[in-house]
Design a protein around this ligand. Sequence first.
Ligand SMILES: C[S@@+](CC[C@H](N)C(=O)[O-])C[C@H]1O[C@@H](n2cnc3c(N)ncnc32)[C@H](O)[C@@H]1O
Length: 265
Amino acid sequence: MTTNPKEIQREGKGTAKLFDERSLAADYATLQPLLKQGLRVLDVGCGTGAISKDIARLIGPTGKVIGIDNTEYFIESGRKTYADTENLELHHADLYTYEPEEKFDLIVSARTFQWLSDPQRAVNKLKSLLQPGGTLSILDYNHEVLEWQPEPPVSMRKFYATFLRWRSDAGMDNRMADSLQELFKQAGLQDIEVLDANEVYKKGDANFEHKAGIWSSVAQMDQIVNEGYISNDDRLKAIEDYNNWISTHAQQMVMKLKEVRGTNN
Ligand SMILES: C[S@@+](CC[C@H](N)C(=O)[O-])C[C@H]1O[C@@H](n2cnc3c(N)ncnc32)[C@H](O)[C@@H]1O
């Protein structure tokens, strides 16, 4: 990862834009039936708050959403973009050390646990921030069962396998979606439910090239090269071959996710 402040800001801007494209309906649809008027909601790892702002609209002016993220740039960006959502507050905070003044009816977290190296501690912490009877909902990936149709070029398959190895060596769980249920049990959460929440992108969909292109964006990170996992030439070849595959042979990509929820009885 770069240490150049200008590059950090450029990367931050690009990622903030990606997060701003997310919505509750497209990117956390299974949560919608849980959103009742007047709820107090915490969104953990909210990015810029794009999904948090949709939650705020659904729970109405008697409810409130607090979004926290430990990347300050995303919070600053979201505060400007969603300034007119009155029942949304965004705070720069780390989930492990966050000490809010109030407890929550509902705590949600999308695509954040995949980055944590101590997810059990995180689930325990979030449970401690719930009201009695409150619900914890976590949405995350199993990166090991991603489906591409047809198979993408060898260079990208090699990059992807290397990316997963790099993540795993750094203590991240590539199968987080399938680990959540046990983490919830260990934390003592009750009434645990597991819902399929796969993202399916098909050729012909308006956003197909953009969504399938996520792996070209991931391959832009040079950290994996700097840490000796793959050569720069192989990384650049993966990007080139994959972009070409997307515009020619690609038919479908399915990212596998689950939403797991449980209550604090
Ligand atoms: C992939 S983004 C997900 C953003 C948003 N929830 C979504 O689904 O689009 C993961 C976010 O988790 C944040 N994050 C990672 N570790 C965190 C921690 N320990 N405390 C708070 N936020 C964290 C990152 O800064 C990042 O914005």
